[in-house]
Design a binder for this molecule. Structure first.
Ligand code: PEP
Ligand code: MG
Length: 324
């Protein structure tokens, strides 16, 4: 009931047998930060900064961005905040960038792919994030990473911007660097990526569409868009095992994280964190407290061995009933 839900607000996400799973919030703008923490967030697992760049005549300058990031970090206190660098272009058009219209925007010119052309824009964001990092536990996450070259390029830009700030005597903080795992290619290169970054977060929305070759916004193929495909679960396993082999932290910040029915699977996969819309946080913590992590692990391995989505769904139904 409501009272019981209340006790989960300040609690850490934890299974019945004591396995910690952080439950964090996805936010799209600064004002969403405080309510997220009031609703029990253990951190911000995804701050979609592209919203700061959309529906306006020009990009926000460094001062404006700094202010936004600082406010979120202030609201967070000691809790971690994952700031995702702008995921713009493609299906998220920005008039002032004059990007060309594309036949396949989801496979096109977006996110990290446009940073080299708009390098001043990207460096401005890096400066704002680095300066804001003095105000809290800051993690920077790069979207749509596909290759090692891309993350190395990002790191070279970070080094450059830090040197610039130093030479200008402008203070900045430490930050952890991570990538979104949303292009399946990354899953097969985890050993290499672990040498380059501190953490990972799985973008199940895009990773499902890219793995299954199904447009996430196309009603005609919506039936084929399903993250319970055994192929997706195996990919998830690859990513988590690959990250943990090198002691790296791996969360999940797609819509899948808020799906209560799927939660036992995600726990069983061994994810360190689940990030979701804030109203789902307390219900997720409540459900977590009733789960046994070993049972979840067995369930996940069984699901990976299923042949079809229907089999996975039947498995989840059966698991749900066994919990009652
Ligand atoms: C995702 O792809 O799962 C994700 C979290 O990013 P977005 O939904 O913003 O593309
Ligand atoms: Mg995405």
């Amino acid at each position: 009931g409501k009272e019981r839900q209340h006790e989960f607000l300040a609690a850490s996400g934890m299974t019945k047998d004591g396995k910690l799973v952080e439950v964090a919030a996805n936010i799209a703008c600064t004002v969403e930060a405080e309510p997220a923490f009031s609703l029990g967030a253990e951190g911000i697992g995804l701050f979609r900064t592209e919203m700061l760049f959309m529906d306006r005549a020009s990009a926000p300058d460094e001062a404006e961005q700094f202010e936004c990031y600082r406010q979120v970090l202030d609201a967070a206190g000691d809790k971690p905040v994952i700031i995702r660098s702008m995921d713009i272009g493609g299906d998220k058009p920005i008039d002032y960038l004059n990007l060309p219209a594309e036949h396949n925007p989801f496979l096109g010119y977006r996110a990290v792919r446009i940073y080299p052309q708009f390098v001043t824009l990207f460096r401005t964001q890096l400066r704002a994030v680095l300066r804001a990092a003095q105000h809290g536990h800051t993690k920077l996450m790069i979207p749509m990473i596909q290759s090692i070259e891309e993350i190395r390029w990002v790191k070279s830009q970070l080094a450059l911007v830090k040197a610039e700030l130093e030479s200008e005597n402008i203070g900045f903080g430490e930050l952890e660097l991570g990538i979104m795992v949303e292009i399946p290619a990354v899953a097969f290169m985890m050993d290499q990526f672990c040498r380059e970054v501190d953490f990972f977060s799985i973008g199940s929305n895009d990773m499902t569409q890219y793995l299954l070759a199904v447009d996430r916004d196309n009603d005609n193929v919506a039936k084929l868009y399903n993250s319970l495909a055994p192929s997706f679960l195996r990919l998830l396993r690859e990513v988590v095992v690959g990250a943990h082999e090198y002691g790296k932290w791996v969360g999940l910040c797609g819509e899948l994280g808020a799906n209560k029915k799927v939660l036992p699977l995600l726990v069983g996969a061994g994810l360190d964190e689940l990030s979701m819309a804030a109203p789902s946080i307390v219900p997720a913590k409540a459900l977590l407290s009733q789960l046994d992590s070993k049972q979840c692990e067995a369930l996940f391995q069984q699901a990976c061995d299923c042949a079809t989505i229907a089999e996975v769904e039947a498995l989840l139904d059966e698991f749900e009933r066994s919990q009652e």
